[in-house]
Design a protein around this ligand. Structure first.
Ligand code: AHR
Length: 327
């Protein structure tokens, strides 16, 4: 009898602890992997691109295999939604907060609130411009300036023998976001050394396919002589391809296209000759994020910056790796 009562009490306690960890602001997941007592609040930027979808999946799958309970919220590309989500995670007393900040500025107040509540914060994918780096434990993600430089370097090599002006249009990512700022400055730094490279139009396409198409249509109407499109991600480049074809031009021939990300659809367009070159930006940050989360929750030291390893792809390389691409 005593045995039965103990078993019932144990079952009741287990049920209580599971529901206490359950996600109230979105889905939650738990599992094996040694992190079962950790709850992470994760605020995602949105679902603006193929890259973001792959990143969300990586975070959710990795939380499950690491045994970390995930409270997930999608901010729909709005900073105020991210701030609300972070405040709700603080109220819920999660063990660790991770987020990919939609823009770089304006985070100090909410990050101080997390610090005062003694909840460690991990920045993932995108950085903030806070001067006080004690407001977060680490920043895991790509070097976006380097990505911009790689795109610029490709262009410099491609036109190394030419003397004529090269007219470039640029589709920027979300205004104020780290990847838009850094990919622009890295690219500019490299092409700026040669005055033949001219950025004749530059506008945000918000990292989406629809906006990429819309802005490219406007570029094509007002600029008859575009040689190159530099798009800060594949999705905007893919939208622009539709606009270029709609204008009766051949993407990859009449207008060369260089993009960033290397998601499957982008790689397919590269293999098909519509895109000329892609700089990789890996969305598969989940496993490293969960490892860092376990360490910061235990109070262990972690590096202030963890940079993702990335490569670049030509059309030939895209043909070789396309079938084995994970995202
Ligand atoms: O922050 C990473 C960027 O965000 C990706 O390059 C882009 O596709 C996404 O929307």
């Amino acid at each position: 009898m005593l045995k039965r009562i103990s078993a019932l009490v144990l079952a009741g306690l287990t049920a209580m602890s599971v529901s206490a960890c359950g996600g109230s602001s979105g889905g939650s997941s738990g599992g094996g992997g040694g992190g079962s007592s950790i709850t992470m609040g994760f605020s995602q930027v949105g679902a603006e691109s193929g890259w973001r979808t792959a990143n969300t999946k990586s975070v959710q799958d990795s939380a499950k295999s690491a045994g970390i309970t995930l409270k997930f919220s999608d901010a729909q590309q709005k900073q105020e939604n991210q701030i609300k989500a972070i405040r709700s995670y603080i109220q819920q007393k999660v063990d660790v907060i991770a987020f990919s900040p939609v823009v770089e500025s304006g985070w100090d107040t909410v990050l101080k609130e997390a610090k005062n509540a003694k909840i460690p914060v991990i920045l993932t994918d995108r950085a903030v411009d806070s001067k006080d780096t004690s407001l977060y434990k680490t920043f895991l993600g790509s070097d976006f300036v380097e990505e911009g430089k790689k795109a610029g370097q490709w262009l410099v090599n491609e036109y190394k023998d030419g003397k004529d002006p090269v007219n470039i249009v640029e589709l920027q990512g979300t205004t104020g976001s780290a990847p838009a700022n850094d990919r622009k400055s890295g690219f500019q730094e490299v092409i700026g050394a040669d005055p033949k490279f001219k950025i004749i139009a530059s506008q945000t396409g918000d990292f989406t396919r629809a906006k990429g198409k819309e802005v490219m249509e406007a570029f094509l109407k007002s600029n008859p002589d575009i040689d190159v499109l530099y798009a800060h991600n594949d999705d905007m480049g893919l939208g622009a391809i539709e606009a270029i074809e709609g204008a009766g031009k051949v993407p990859g021939k009449d207008i060369k296209i260089v993009t960033v990300d290397a998601v499957k659809d982008g790689m397919q367009a590269l293999a098909d000759g519509k895109i000329s070159f892609i700089v990789e930006c890996s969305p598969l940050l989940g496993p490293q994020l969960m490892d860092l989360a376990k360490k910061v929750v235990k109070g262990e030291q972690v590096p202030a910056r963890v940079v993702t390893e990335e490569t670049t792809f030509t059309q030939e390389q895209a043909k070789q790796v396309l079938s084995s691409r994970q995202y």
